[in-house]
Design a protein around this ligand. Structure first.
Ligand code: BGC
Length: 403
């Protein structure tokens, strides 16, 4: 009985709030409960932080729930291959700094519970033969690689999850400190530095004792990393195409709010123009099993950095006449370099063109509550886009969308 009363009350509030919003042609039948609204997760795929298994319960919250990201596993392979390619054309005498016949590298891990981070650690270790069946820090075996025509042993000297003093992950300052310590401790044993992302790679380069000229690889193709590649300070990175992902997040929401269903949700505006004439130029594949739209990865080195440095936006998206909709979007950490310098500016650029009015709330990267506390006034929004602090926090968000 109590529950029935509660439900009636909530329904009444929802109806009132639609009319209060000016609910245009609002009639009672227009009222959409929060639980029936589009919900797109992005960048942090709902999944188990240990096993990496996709949280399909969250993904099946309603038929308008999707994930937008990029091919994480494929990205790890691209990063590993980029390093292998670099080694194949390197001069062993120059690369092997202490001349001990062994290529030693150190590895910055972003977040042991994040599938992007894990995919990169695995991709790197598998490419170098140092994979010992685990993405944990410190778990590796001796590998080997072709260095300029000579097969040389490869050793992961050290690896560490870069957690900040505040508990936040992918922390660039932690990487600066770690690199400083590694350079002191291991000296010329370090022939290469590899990082799960650009933020931490750039953090390593900040260490005052960074061994000049030692090759270093990141991931993300952030603007400062691209510049560092052009200047010869960073050796390579991988673009996960943040632009395409931001567009895909918005396009998916747009399609769902335009009432599209089935394959139209992930083809309109992707493989063919949407009803407003917009179409994303990059390829975004649909993975039906996981309800995921995934952008492709591309290795970036001095050979192709110029094209990315131009920072050109996608001309496939133009100002549309789509009616304006309101979307609440969370970002797990306002200090995350990739999201704040790469993804968010893209969202802010494309959203108005697609008729999407974004309200962005940002957390502190460590406490889910820093986002959840601002995941409020939910009835005021037509749809939600979520980037969680922890990849297994999906239910904390969906439980708030019940009514
Ligand atoms: C990016 C990292 C970023 C993380 C945030 C990853 O895909 O490569 O740079 O810190 O997403 O969730």
């Amino acid at each position: 009985m109590k529950k029935a009363l509660m439900l009636m009350l909530i329904a009444l509030i929802a109806v009132t709030s639609v009319f209060a919003q000016g609910g245009a042609e609002g009639t009672a039948s227009d009222v959409v409960l929060n639980r029936d609204k589009p919900l797109v997760f992005f960048n942090r795929q709902p999944s188990d932080p240990v096993s990496g298994e996709i949280d399909m319960e969250t993904m099946n919250w309603n038929d308008k729930t999707y994930y937008v990201g990029f091919d994480a596993v494929g990205g790890g392979v691209v990063q590993g291959q980029m390093i292998v390619d670099y080694l194949a054309s390197a001069d062993p005498a120059k690369l092997d700094r202490n001349g001990d016949g062994v290529i030693g590298y150190v590895l910055c891990i972003g977040d042991v519970g994040h599938n992007d981070s894990r995919a990169r650690t695995q991709g790197i270790r598998q490419a170098l033969g140092t994979w010992a069946g685990s993405t944990d820090p410190g778990v590796s075996q001796q590998g080997s690689a072709n260095v300029g025509g000579t097969t040389m042993p490869v050793v992961e000297i050290d690896s560490r999850a870069m957690t900040g003093t505040d508990g936040s992950t992918w922390n660039a300052n932690a990487a600066t400190d770690a690199m400083g310590n590694w350079a002191t401790q291991y000296g010329t044993q370090i022939d290469m530095v590899i990082s799960n992302n650009d933020g931490m790679a750039m953090g390593c380069l900040q260490a005052s004792n960074y061994p000049t000229g030692v090759p270093i690889f990141g991931y993300d193709a952030n603007a400062d990393a691209l510049e560092a590649i052009a200047q010869g300070r960073l050796t390579g990175t991988v673009s996960q195409n943040a632009d395409a992902q931001a567009e895909a997040t918005l396009q998916t929401l747009r399609n769902l709010l335009d009432g599209l269903t089935g394959a139209d949700v992930y083809t309109k505006g992707f493989t063919e123009p949407d009803q407003w004439g917009n179409q994303i130029s990059a390829t975004v594949d649909y993975d039906a099993e996981n309800k995921a739209l995934l952008a492709a990865n591309e290795a970036v080195t001095i050979a192709n950095v110029d094209r990315l440095l131009s920072g050109a936006r996608d001309e496939g998206i133009k100002q549309s006449e789509a009616p304006v909709v309101d979307v609440l979007l969370t970002i797990y950490n306002s200090a995350d370099n990739f999201l704040s310098s790469n993804y968010l500016p893209a969202l802010n650029y494309y959203a108005p063109l697609m008729g999407i009015n974004l309200t962005v709330v940002q957390g502190d990267g460590q406490n889910e509550s820093s986002c959840l506390d601002r995941f409020t006034n939910l009835s005021n929004f037509d749809a939600y886009a979520i980037n969680m602090v922890k990849t297994n926090s999906g239910p904390d968000y969906t439980s708030r969308l019940q009514y």
